[in-house]
Design a protein around this ligand. Structure first.
Ligand SMILES: [Zn+2]
Length: 146
């Protein structure tokens, strides 16, 4: 699923080609997509959004870091508890925009592709993060039926 809001400006292309360039590392090919991060602060909440052209590796790194942060920080609020799974699903859907791209290639005069970080569930924040809603629901149920 792509974000319905498309950029109003022309996508960055390498001069003389149809190549699209990653806004982070400048490699090609790149695809426009959006990743989101949610932070629950009991009564307040913070939404972060990163839209733009991502090559496969920068896109996956952005997906992983924002999703891992949401998994650990997202659940902490009544509304946030229900918003967080939506954010996670939207990120997972948009991950396909970049995951299906071929490996990023350096364009002449451009920078080299960046090293993507570890997969999502090799990150401690993500592992702890998936256990938080389980723990909250278990506590709630335990309190209810005590
Ligand atoms: Zn890149």
């Amino acid at each position: 699923m792509s974000d319905p809001i498309r950029p109003p400006v022309a996508l960055p292309k390498y001069p003389g080609t149809d190549q699209t360039l990653c806004q982070i590392c400048g490699c090609t090919p790149a695809q426009f997509t959006t990743f989101r991060q949610h932070t629950g602060l009991i009564v307040l909440m913070v939404f972060r959004r990163r839209s733009g052209m991502f090559c496969r590796d920068c896109g996956l790194e952005t997906y992983r870091s924002m999703t891992a942060a949401t998994l650990i920080q997202g659940w902490w609020g009544i509304f946030s508890f229900f918003i967080t799974p939506v954010i996670l699903l939207v990120n997972l859907a948009n991950r396909r925009d970049v995951a299906t791209l071929p490996a990023p290639q350096q364009v002449p005069g451009g920078r080299r592709p960046v090293e993507p970080g570890p997969p999502l569930f090799s990150r401690p924040a993500a592992i702890v993060g998936v256990l938080i809603p389980v723990a909250i629901v278990s506590l709630f149920v335990a309190t209810l039926f005590h």
